[in-house]
Design a protein around this ligand. Structure first.
Ligand SMILES: [Zn+2]
Length: 416
């Protein structure tokens, strides 16, 4: 894409009322815009990144047999009364009907879903009633809502955010645990592909409000992280704060020497057991014709939150640094008054299927380079009078700042 055509612009000004690093950088670079506290618009560059994150998650959910669907954002509050969460979830966002013609609609109250157990359980019950129908798993990637009191962490904790939620249904707790382990491994693959695999730990957490002792968080080590975890470096797993109060050794190897680290949560999975199947009377018929309760588990990852965490984890004082798999563009091509040569190279790279953002704007070299650092594409290719006279192109790697002078042929080999 030609940067001269991009409708968003970068700005040096720090956004007002924005304390978090991720939102500051994403807004300054024109990836997102804030319409109110905790609610962000995804602009073209940010939308590209979000889509790449979501597609990686989608591929790994498909690989463990998840069937993708799309559920409503609104639901009737009766479903939440059934599970008791209308009372217990204090971040539940409610929507009021407003219609001058009809009092009935005017007084209606709905829930803007923050999670979908209350929606998916009655759907599953309509279709899967025999042991032959189980197990199965369903997921969606969708917008969710939480009534955060003071959202101030940018994309890390919004009032409206993107979520991938997978739900699995089983004939027994044993089968649920088997699949739970499978999804755990799928999550590790996702984080690896997103470029944060080396620093992301399966973290033992308390069971929340579910009828279970433990759940699992996935925590990524990050200097600006809001959580503290206790890492066993031998086993590459961690305990969160609450769990540490109950046990202070690694559950795998009994190592007592756990390392304290700052981290950000990037996913969580819960063995729900029978909490929701009981609330919705969801039973199946076993081989012998007896009624049995269905076991469930749920598995969440917030793609928009992940985007914020990745910005915070990798950013330097000049701007963002995107891992290659989720960068808005792989290459940022900068022309310093050499548009004829740059146009040609732009076409060559496009034909090779390389994603290129081409800075063909009439602005200073300094501004182009500063913007390139702020936007954070992994490879910066620069064409100037100097590189032209040397018959070379300058390639700079955003993460290491390493600079190489290459011929066009060498550059193409490197990028494609
Ligand atoms: Zn260990």
């Amino acid at each position: 894409m030609r940067q001269s055509q991009l409708f968003t612009k970068t700005t040096k000004e720090l956004p007002k009322d924005e304390a978090s690093l991720n939102a500051q950088l994403l807004i300054r670079a024109g990836f997102v815009d804030k319409i109110m506290a905790g609610v962000y618009e995804f602009l073209p560059l940010g939308w590209r990144v979000l889509n790449k994150i979501e597609n990686i998650i989608r591929e790994e959910m498909d690989a463990v047999g998840g069937q993708e669907m799309f559920m409503s954002a609104l639901s009737p509050k009766e479903n939440w009364e059934k599970t008791g969460r209308l009372e217990t979830m204090n971040v539940l966002m409610k929507a009021l009907g407003a219609n001058k013609e009809s009092r009935e609609i005017n007084d209606a109250e709905y829930i803007l879903n923050s999670t979908h157990e209350e929606v998916i359980t009655p759907i599953a019950k309509k279709f899967a009633l025999s042991y032959r129908d189980l197990p199965f798993s369903i997921y969606q990637i969708q917008t969710k809502f939480r009534n955060e009191a003071r959202p101030k962490s940018g994309l890390l904790r919004g009032r409206e955010f993107r979520m991938k939620d997978l739900y699995s249904f089983h004939v027994s707790q044993e089968d649920m645990k088997r699949y739970y382990e499978e999804v755990k491994q799928a999550y590790l693959k996702i984080f690896k592909r997103l470029g944060i695999g080396a620093d992301t730990y399966i973290t033992l957490a308390s069971g929340g409000d579910f009828t279970t002792d433990f759940s699992h968080e996935f925590q990524t080590e990050c200097q600006t992280g809001e959580d503290e975890i206790h890492v066993c470096d031998k086993c590459k797993i961690a305990l969160n704060k609450e769990v540490l109060e109950r046990q202070s050794i690694c559950p795998e190897c009994e190592n007592k020497d756990l390392r304290l680290a700052k981290a950000s949560e990037v996913g969580n999975i819960f063995p729900l057991n029978t909490k929701f199947s009981k609330a919705f009377d969801y039973y199946f018929t076993d081989k012998e014709g007896n009624k049995q309760i269905v076991y469930m588990a749920s598995y969440g990852i917030g793609p928009s939150r992940l985007m914020g965490v990745i910005v915070e984890k990798f950013a330097d004082d000049k701007g963002m640094i995107w891992p290659e798999n989720i960068a808005p563009f792989k290459v940022h091509l900068l022309s310093l008054n050499q548009n004829e040569e740059a146009d040609k190279l732009y076409e060559v790279l496009k034909d090779l299927g390389v994603e290129v953002l081409y800075d063909d704007r009439e602005v200073s070299a300094g501004e182009k380079m500063a913007d390139s650092d702020l936007l954070g594409c992994p490879f910066r290719v620069l064409i100037s009078a100097k590189t032209k006279s040397a018959g070379k192109l300058e390639l700079k790697l955003r993460d290491s700042n390493e600079v190489q002078m290459l011929s066009e042929k060498e550059l193409i080999e490197k990028l494609s």
